[in-house]
Design a protein around this ligand. Structure first.
Ligand code: ADP
Ligand code: MG
Length: 680
């Protein structure tokens, strides 16, 4: 198997350079990767129905003969409509294809085929639109459906997979040792690979799935463990005195009880434990996590150490930098910013001051974890919005000191089983209280036709001295139906809001251009900000009272909640307007949940329940590797994998032992694949 990862796809018959490029778009570059490119779904052709027995609309497989040659005709837009009629000994079905130039040659008059597809029934009889079909000689079974890409159909992929399965060596060495497989009733690798791609029946498929899902989660589990073990031991940082009271005196507000408890938890970890602090502070958007982090940094610095505060975006880093510089003015604490967008010379200057210990608090982005950044005496590493960072990145930041303390902050409530994997070693403080005088944001759902109603509303809010956000999703190439941020903003500026200062931020702006717009919005010079999701995390402009979210159906609920958290940060009543031309009930219900609650945990639960885990974190930004077959919300398999991982460590003690050589290679492959950085 390992060698198959080095075998190029072109080694397979019928795959030339061009085909190989198409496969590459799916992330498949080698025969090994093709074998682990698992079907996304299956069509069950094993039950063949008599046409007369089909009385309800639904998915069916029939065995039928083509009654006459397929007839092609041109319809609107130059598309081709192909029609035919097929029959068995009980009845007939009309089959219809759109824009399938080959179907009239592929289906022979008088030939007998299996057809699989959705049957609709009306007064004229039964119809199947764009069914899949295969010749009777191929037999019926469970057909795999692969995620396809332009020019590369699922069926083509299936054929390539079949070929590559034949290249598997007679004896496949299995990453899961025999002893482990038999202890947990998992099938061997060959059975699993054959069963997942070409299952003989539903049972074979289930056996294969169980084995592959479990293996992947075991690999994930062991990988996370080894990351953890790399970083922890006893702390080299000595914190002896608590300076929270001093810090509180600097704040323009009183800390909430929950904030005080979180700070006390952290200070207690640092002063009273020998191992370094490893704490997650989880609190809904707007709960005041920044103040908690600042208090912790302050105490660490007053104990003669440095603090590093890592934020996921330039905008956020700069905002924290500005806020904290101001807050700490007059305390003698030296604060600096270190982000990728700074000039090379400035970065060099800041790095020099960090090594020599002339900076106490550094706030930055990923620039903090590059090899060039070194500290004089790093006491605490803070990561904001932790779910956006890879676990490996967290470890990297920690490696910059002698086992410094770690504080991670997150607004995303994470399902328990998943939390065990991501944050298994973390203690948790929850900020379950919002600062006083917060009025819950009022959320409304509108159809795009009602959009004009908001413009007047925004005007009135701006006239009353407030500010507003309008969010439209960033266009992916090819998705031209979605308003792009720039065009949309240009239109607003020219028409609706020609007399109001409007700014735009989107992903393609250079970091300093982005900063500039954000700064002008934060200072109140710009009244309306049209933005893509770059405003999602953390941005804090308390004077903003309205957020309008276009194409709301394109966001996950947790993302919408984060976005909504940009308003409702000050004393004014704030509003969130979701605009969506949704076309189905599920979407409407999802968006209505947003209107009915402001509770982030409740929303996360609903999100997980309704959309499934794949989308839970938005765009894979949880810092975990991308899974090929398993599912982060599959609690049962997660638990089983935990058990197996324990068992493996109990039996073999060391991941680097010879029996686990292949499993170890799988760990590296998984963590290389994306999401997280590779293990070091
Ligand atoms: P988040 O938890 O989303 O990171 P922030 O730390 O950005 O929240 O805080 C949100 C806003 O609430 C900020 O404007 C902050 O100054 C303010 N804030 C934080 N704590 C308090 C408090 N105890 N009382 C009043 N306002 C607070
Ligand atoms: Mg924040």
């Amino acid at each position: 198997m390992p060698s198959l990862y080095k075998t190029p796809l072109t080694a397979l018959g019928g795959i030339g350079k061009k085909r190989a490029e198409q496969f590459e778009k799916l992330g498949v570059r080698s025969v090994g990767e093709l074998i682990t490119y698992y079907p996304r779904a299956y069509e069950d052709w094993s039950e063949v129905n008599k046409i007369a027995d089909i009385r309800e609309e639904g998915l069916y497989c029939i065995r039928a003969v083509l009654a006459a040659p397929i007839s092609d005709s041109r319809i609107a837009g130059g598309r081709i409509l192909s029609k035919g009629s097929v029959y068995d000994d009980t009845g007939a079905v009309q089959i219809v294809f759109f824009n399938n130039r080959y179907v009239s040659q592929m289906l022979q008059y008088g030939g007998e085929y299996f057809f699989f597809g959705k049957i609709t029934i009306d007064n004229y009889g039964k119809q199947m639109v764009s069914p899949s079909f295969s010749s009777v000689a191929e037999g019926t079974s469970i057909h795999p459906i692969y995620r396809q890409t332009a020019g590369l159909a699922s069926k083509t992929i299936a054929n390539a997979v079949k070929q590559s399965l034949k290249l598997l060596p007679k004896e496949i060495s299995d990453p899961l040792p025999e002893q482990v497989r038999s202890a947990f009733q998992l099938c061997d690798l060959r059975t699993a690979l054959t069963g997942i791609h070409c299952p003989a029946d539903a049972e074979a498929l289930e056996t294969a799935r169980r084995r592959l899902v479990t293996e992947e989660l075991v690999v994930l589990n062991l990988g996370m463990r080894s990351l953890r073990e790399h970083s922890r031991g006893s702390s080299g940082v000595r914190i002896t005195s608590d300076h929270t009271a001093e810090f509180e005196a600097l704040l323009p507000f009183e800390l909430t009880g929950a904030q005080k408890r979180a700070i006390a938890d952290c200070v207690n970890d640092m002063i009273n434990k020998t191992s370094p602090m490893n704490r997650l502070v989880q609190g809904d958007v707007g709960s005041g996590k920044t103040a908690v982090a600042a208090a912790v940094c302050h105490t660490v610095i007053k104990n003669g150490c440095q603090a590093a505060f890592m934020a996921p975006t330039e905008i956020l880093a700069r905002q924290h930098y500005e806020g904290l510089s101001k807050l700490l003015e007059g305390t003698g604490i030296r604060v600096a910013l270190l982000t990728g967008a700074l000039k090379e010379s400035e970065k060099k200057r800041v790095r020099a001051l960090l090594v020599s210990g002339e900076i106490d608090l550094v706030i930055g982005t990923h620039a903090l974890i590059t090899d060039k950044t070194e500290f004089y005496r790093l006491g605490v590493a803070v990561t904001d919005e932790q779910h956006r960072f890879g676990v490996a990145q967290r470890a990297k930041l920690l490696s910059k000191g002698e086992n410094p303390h770690l504080l991670v902050m997150s607004a995303t409530p994470i399902p328990r089983t998943l939390g065990l994997i991501i944050f298994g070693d973390l203690d948790i403080s929850i900020i379950d209280e919002l600062p006083p005088n917060r009025k819950p944001v009022r959320t409304t759902l509108l159809h795009p036709d009602e959009r004009y109603r908001i413009y007047g509303f925004i005007r009135r809010e701006i006239a009353a001295g407030r500010q507003a956000y309008i969010v439209c999703p960033l266009v992916d190439e090819g998705e031209l139906d979605v308003a792009s941020a720039e065009e949309y903003a240009a239109e607003l500026m020219l028409k609706e809001f020609s007399d109001i200062p409007v700014g735009i931020v989107h992903g393609r702006l250079k970091p300093d251009e982005k900063e500039d717009v954000m700064a002008r919005f934060a200072s109140g010079e710009l009244k309306l900000l049209v933005a893509t999701t770059v405003i999602e995390v953390g941005v804090d402009v308390p004077n903003a009272s309205v957020i309008v979210i276009e194409n709301a159906e394109r966001f996950g609920l947790s993302q919408l909640h984060q976005l909504r958290g940009r308003v409702g940060r000050g004393d004014a009543q704030s509003f969130c307007v979701l605009i969506s031309g949704y076309s189905n009930d599920v979407t409407r219900r999802r968006l209505e949940i947003m209107c009915s609650t402001n509770d982030g945990f409740k929303i996360a639960d609903e999100d997980l329940r309704m959309r499934g885990p794949g989308d839970f974190f938005g765009q894979r930004q949880h810092g975990l590797p991308q899974l090929a077959i398993a599912d982060f919300a599959d609690a049962k398999s997660l638990e089983l994998s935990q058990k197996i991982a324990d068992y493996i460590m109990f039996i073999y003690k060391d991941l680097r032992c010879d029996e686990l050589r292949l499993l170890n290679a799988e760990i590296e492959r998984l963590f290389d694949r994306g999401g997280a950085n590779s293990l070091n």
